[in-house]
Design a binder for this molecule. Structure first.
Ligand code: LLP
Length: 432
């Protein structure tokens, strides 16, 4: 579900022509739909209405201030993984008391900062981390709210690089060890055992692994609640989205074959999980990232050159793997559409960026309308893990970002000035 639609032959984001934005702000350009963000949040919120719950948006999926503000205004909480993310949330008007701090490598400085801000919970991933949090809390004369992240050893059936819930992974504490860890944590005086956490992976397109994981941990959570008076259970994020609505390319690529042809809807998710979770009598915390932001954003790019070689038609665009790394990194599929819809024959094309790497591609042998220099293309479903994973590789500045709300649009991140990229660099003293 999203609000990127053709009106006539022009692609629009809500009530705004995307080409007008591309011309005004230049490309590569990320464009986000506030209505899409809002409706995704509200759909999940409504679906979970039968239980006390808190939706903590995964900031790592899209941390633009305007996106965070949209979710803060809806009353959402945030799943954060660094001091930087917590600072961003606060700058956007988010409430630290609704922030769950995750991650396997929290530093002392980060723990101290988060404790002082009064975060909702530290989602703890190891025993040394529990001890570290306890020590810092004692020094600050505070009690740190903690939840232990369990690794339930359930296969999420998703891409290897975004699967997290088996013993192959660095995340959480093994299911069999968790009870012992809670017992030891209960003896640490400056910790308050508040919850239980798990997250089995990202881009899950079936409810079954979620169900399997919840079923597996239920008896354990019941025992922990009875022993330590927990307040919440967090079932993490991971709700998958549809990346290839039309399945146009027909290529047997890994990512496509795993794509849902039907969406894992919040209604289905809730219908299967709420009956399991409700009897626990705990608040249910969720940490969706991609489900909220994924289809709410696109990356707009301009074709610089069309190059035909013996066998291939290359569309060389001005966006690159530094702007959107998902195809290069995960072989991820992103639907590509022209900003001006065209009739006529489709040409199998490779859409590639200007970076000096063969991995710098967005699509291979994709049937696309015949296009020429100066035409614009949109890469869909780029709102999650898009801009946030951008780099300055090849000394390319980071793209600009725009938020649309109905007929309104605003530049919510300026294009990075190129000299800023090396602003903190200097020759060594002996070189001057
Ligand atoms: N909670 C925890 C503890 C997580 O590690 C993650 C994502 C989430 C929640 C949010 O997951 P989501 O609802 O967005 O699936 N860069 C990859 C995805 C990495 C996900 C990392 N953790 C990609 O582009 O597909």
């Amino acid at each position: 579900m999203h609000y990127f639609r053709y009106v006539g032959n022009r692609l629009c984001c809500e009530g705004v022509s995307v080409e007008s934005l591309a011309k005004r702000y230049g490309t590569p350009l990320y464009v986000y739909s506030q209505r899409t963000l809002t409706e995704h949040f509200q759909k999940l919120d409504r679906a979970m209405a039968q239980v006390d719950h808190l939706i903590c948006f995964a900031v790592k999926s899209n941390s633009n201030q305007a996106v965070l503000r949209t979710l803060a205004d809806l009353g959402g909480g945030f799943d954060i993984v660094s001091e930087g993310e917590l600072r961003r949330v606060m700058a956007a008007g988010g409430d630290p008391a609704k922030c769950a701090f995750a991650g396997v490598g929290k530093t002392e400085g980060e723990i101290e900062f988060a404790l002082k801000q009064g975060v909702y919970s530290f989602n703890v991933e190891s025993e040394p981390e529990l001890e570290r949090i306890n020590r810092i809390a004692a020094r600050l004369k505070k009690k740190a709210p903690v939840a232990v992240r369990v690794n339930p050893n359930v296969d999420a059936h998703t891409h290897a690089k975004i699967s997290t819930g088996t013993y192959q992974h660095k995340f959480g504490i093994a299911y069999e060890q968790v009870e012992g860890v809670y017992a030891r944590a209960a003896r640490l005086k400056n910790l308050s055992l508040r919850g239980f956490q798990m997250h089995i992976g990202s881009q899950l397109t079936s409810v079954q692994p979620f169900e399997q994981a919840v079923q597996k941990v239920l008896p354990l959570v019941k025992r922990l609640k009875a022993a330590y008076g927990l307040e919440f259970v967090s079932i993490g994020g991971g709700l998958g989205i549809v990346y290839n609505p039309a399945l146009e390319s027909g290529l047997p690529r890994w990512w496509e074959s795993r794509q849902a042809k039907t969406i894992l809807t919040p209604t289905l998710y809730a219908a299967r999980l709420v009956p399991l979770l409700k009897p626990l009598g705990l608040r249910v915390v969720m940490e969706p990232g991609r489900f909220i932001s994924g289809n709410a954003g696109i990356l707009v790019t301009r074709i610089e050159y069309v190059k035909r070689t013996g066998k291939k038609n290359f569309l060389i665009v001005d966006a690159a793997m530094n702007d959107l790394i998902r195809p290069a990194f995960y072989d991820a599929y992103h639907e590509i559409v022209p900003l001006r819809r065209k009739n006529g024959a489709l040409v199998n094309s490779d859409v590639v960026g200007p970076i000096c790497e063969s991995g710098d591609f967005f699509a291979k042998d994709r049937p696309l309308p015949r296009s020429g220099e100066g035409d614009y293309l949109a890469l869909l479903s780029a709102g999650a893990y898009g801009f946030v994973m951008a780099s300055n590789y090849n000394t390319r500045s980071q793209a600009a970002e725009v938020l649309v709300n109905g007929k309104l649009s605003a530049l919510v991140r300026e294009r990075q000035p190129v000299a800023e990229i090396w602003a903190g660099e200097n020759p060594a003293p002996w070189q001057v």
